[in-house]
Write a protein that binds this ligand. Structure first.
Ligand code: PA5
Length: 424
């Protein structure tokens, strides 16, 4: 495992003896998860998914990707929540590897958004991937209705069939019925994996393979993390260390976790993390509120609150080790801005000093913090990171005593909306 977790700035909040005291609870959570005896065990298919996913199936996806890229200018991916955020996060993280532009729909109900998007796609050849595990979610269902009409006007029936792909439950749901009736190409989503854990299932892999990303590298990274994170060893298993630290901080009244990054390319990884942790922990009147900031931009706005506001938070920094791009700061003869001290350095060097300065300042200001560092902006690193977070939240959910794999709360607004819309 190449991901590193630095906990030096937890000192004074968590000592070694606290971890030792928590150990029996971690062992219990570990056993419940690995033996599938805990709450929501029917949705723990993600646990060994990386090692169950075989290379030939990934080769097939990559072949499909090549085929689609040969006749498309753009991929339109329709979905919301777990059927959207992870794809967006992966594309942003791996932007330099992307071979086909990807647009998104079905993740909001804004008519202006869809109007301008379809206008922009009018003269382009597109392939549509519609993703919905349940097959019944309002936002993607309505977006697909509208996009389907748009595609029917654009392409004859035979061509249309090649340009629409449905990713949904193998046997039930409205999207499954549409796919079967219309004869669209389809991929089943594993029914033992919940939406927010689905980035390594066809729900994530198919669009990423079409975009030309290295899905094999992604799964290889996740496999490596699976091996590392399955060991019941708090001295080495960093997913368990992260879960334990979060749990101990929560018990001290730290009810907000800020995930802070220093790279724009991580902004949707933060969104993915928020969904994973918010939906998994936030129930039964419990849970840490996950929020995120983008530094150094937000240091000039929210930095004040972190430094001196209510002391109910902790922070997790997310860094990428090899992130420099050779943007060197030039030497200036006049040195009027007095920055010749960093002349000759990559701008990334200054970014790293900003992280060090921030971690210490926030710690000194009463915000305990940790730093997660992934090696590179590549698929292998991202696969490791996804699995690391999935494993950590599952253990943390069991430490909290909740079912980390359901989301009963998201139904409440849907019921009200169906009543308002008159939908049965
Ligand atoms: O975590 C979840 O299960 C949700 O966020 C879902 O991913 C989201 O509601 C979309 O659901 P579906 O894929 O069934 O359309």
């Amino acid at each position: 495992m190449e991901i590193k977790l630095d906990r030096q700035y937890l000192k004074g909040y968590i000592e070694d003896k606290d971890y030792t005291k928590l150990l029996p609870e971690i062992r219990k959570a570990h056993d419940q998860l690995e033996n599938k005896t805990g709450k929501g065990a029917e949705f723990t298919g993600w646990l060994d998914l990386p090692q169950r996913t075989k290379d030939p199936s990934l080769d097939e996806l990559m072949k499909l990707g090549e085929e689609i890229r040969a006749n498309s200018d753009c991929l339109l991916s329709i979905g919301i929540g777990g059927s959207y955020i992870g794809i967006k996060a992966s594309l942003e993280f791996l932007i330099s590897d992307q071979k086909l532009p990807v647009e998104f729909a079905g993740h909001n109900l804004s008519s202006g958004y869809l109007y301008y998007l379809l206008k922009q796609l009018e003269n382009k050849d597109i392939t549509v991937v519609v993703i919905s595990k349940s097959g019944t979610t309002t936002e993607p269902a309505l977006a697909f209705r509208i996009v389907k009409k748009f595609m029917e006007k654009k392409y004859a029936a035979k061509e249309l069939k090649k340009r629409i792909i449905c990713i949904t439950d193998a046997g039930k749901g409205a999207l499954r019925n549409i796919a079967d009736k219309e004869g669209y190409r389809s991929f089943p989503i594993n029914n033992d994996v919940g939406g927010r854990f689905s980035i390594l299932t066809p729900a994530g892999l198919v669009p990423l393979a079409i975009a030309g990303l290295d899905v094999k590298g992604l799964i290889k990274g996740a496999r490596d993390a699976q091996t590392h994170c399955s060991k019941m060893d708090l001295d080495t298993n960093i997913a368990y260390q992260y879960a334990a630290a979060r749990s101990l901080l929560y018990r001290q009244g730290k009810t907000i976790e800020v995930l802070s990054t220093f790279y724009q390319r991580l902004s949707y990884v933060e969104e993915w993390w928020k969904q994973l942790f918010g939906e998994s922990e936030g129930k039964d009147g419990k849970g840490i509120f996950p929020t995120s900031l983008s530094f150094t931009t937000d240091l000039h706005s929210m930095g004040q609150l972190i430094q001196e506001g209510t002391r109910n938070m902790f922070e997790t920094f997310l860094l990428v080790d090899q992130s420099g791009k050779g943007v060197v700061i030039p030497k200036d003869k006049e040195n009027l801005d007095n920055f010749n001290c960093v002349a000759g350095q990559d701008l990334d060097y200054v970014n790293r000093q900003a992280h060090k300065a921030t971690a210490k300042a926030h710690y000194d200001g009463g915000v305990p913090n940790m730093t997660i560092t992934v090696p590179r902006f590549d698929a292998h690193s991202l696969g490791q990171l996804y699995y690391f977070f999935e494993k950590a939240v599952a253990i943390k959910g069991y430490l909290l005593g909740v079912n980390p794999f359901n989301q009963p709360g998201v139904e409440a607004y849907k019921k009200n909306m169906f009543t308002l819309l008159g939908r049965k």
